[in-house]
Structures are given as C-alpha cells and as structure tokens.
Ligand binder design. Structure first.
Ligand SMILES: [Mg+2]
Ligand SMILES: [Zn+2]
Length: 181
C-alpha cells in the first residue's frame, strides 16, 4: 500500500475562474509544480479529486473537463511531474450523490485502484468540503489559503485542522509530519 495526497483542483492546483471549459485558461498556481515534484520524489501519490458540478448544471461537458485535465497533465509533464489519477464528480449539490466532496466515494475508488492506505494519506484543498472528506476516510487534512481558502479558514481552524498559505506549504507540512504507517 502507498501513501497519497488527495488534491483539490480549483483554487488548490489551478486558478479558479469558475466552470473552466477552455484548456487555454489553465493557470497552475505558483509553487504547485515544485510541490508536486517533491511529493513525487518522496514516493507519495498525487491524486486529484474535484467537484465539477458545471457538468450537471449543463455549463460544461465531460469532454471539456477532460481537455482541461489533459492540459494540466501536459504542463506537469513539461516540469517533469506526473499526477497518478483524476477523479471528478459531475453532479450538482442538490443531486445528493456520494461522490461530491465532502462525500468520499471518489477517494475510496481511488484507494482501491491505486492501492492507497487512506489512514496514511492526506486531503488538501481550499474549502471545508475538501478537508471534511479527510475525517470521513481517516486521513489527515490541510486547508490552503489559495482559491477560496480564506473564506473557509476560521471554520476549518475551529476543527483543529492546519491552515497554510499554499500547496507548497502544505507539502512542507506533509513531508515533515511523522508517517502513520
Ligand atoms: Mg477548490
Ligand atoms: Zn457526484
């Protein structure tokens, strides 16, 4: 089994313009590629789990979302970085699915397909739902202040969950923390 970081996409890995359909609009946030590289060197898997309700709302097609992910993969590859998996929820909040974060269906699906030890893994994101999923799967969590992070900061702090400036700082914390397995 292997450790993983479950990464949120919008506001954590890339700038979030809202319902991004055009790969030309992909803007990877500062420090993200280096942070991913450090996880890669440490042998920690990098799995993206993202709520893409724009599909369910009819604002995005699955093909457009796939093209955005292909562009992120391409920019990562240029920097010598790879992502181990992409998992997205296409539903609207009111659909009541179990894959939209804070639901954990995508995390458990990823864990099964990539042989991930959830208790030794982390969830990193810019919203309460990203870190709430961590508690449900027995993983640790970190909120980043990029994206919508500042709006969620006080609620997350109240739960005793660490809040850091960005993904680079989150990776600092992950790599300095004792491994649980
Ligand atoms: Mg986000
Ligand atoms: Zn869903």
């Amino acid at each position: 089994m292997t450790r993983a970081v479950f990464l949120d996409r919008d506001g954590t890995l890339i700038d979030d313009p809202g319902f991004l359909a055009d790969p030309a609009g992909v803007l990877i946030l500062p420090g993200v590629l280096d942070a991913l590289h450090r996880l890669q060197v440490a042998g920690i898997r990098r799995v993206v789990i993202t709520n893409q309700s724009g599909i369910g709302r009819g604002l995005l097609t699955p093909t457009e979302v796939g093209a955005v992910h292909a562009e992120i993969d391409r920019q990562c590859a240029v920097a010598g970085v790879s992502l181990d998996g992409w998992f997205h929820c296409p539903h609207r909040p009111e659909d009541g699915c179990t894959c939209r974060k804070p639901g954990t269906l995508l995390h458990t699906r990823a864990a099964a397909s990539l042989d991930i030890d959830l208790a030794a893994s982390w969830c990193v994101g810019d919203r309460l739902g990203d870190v709430a999923a961590a508690a449900a799967i027995g993983a640790r969590a970190i909120l980043v202040r990029t994206g919508d992070g500042r709006d969620h900061e006080s609620a997350v702090r109240d739960q005793g969950i660490p809040v850091v400036d960005d993904l680079a700082a989150a990776v600092d914390l992950i790599l300095s923390a004792p491994a649980t397995t």
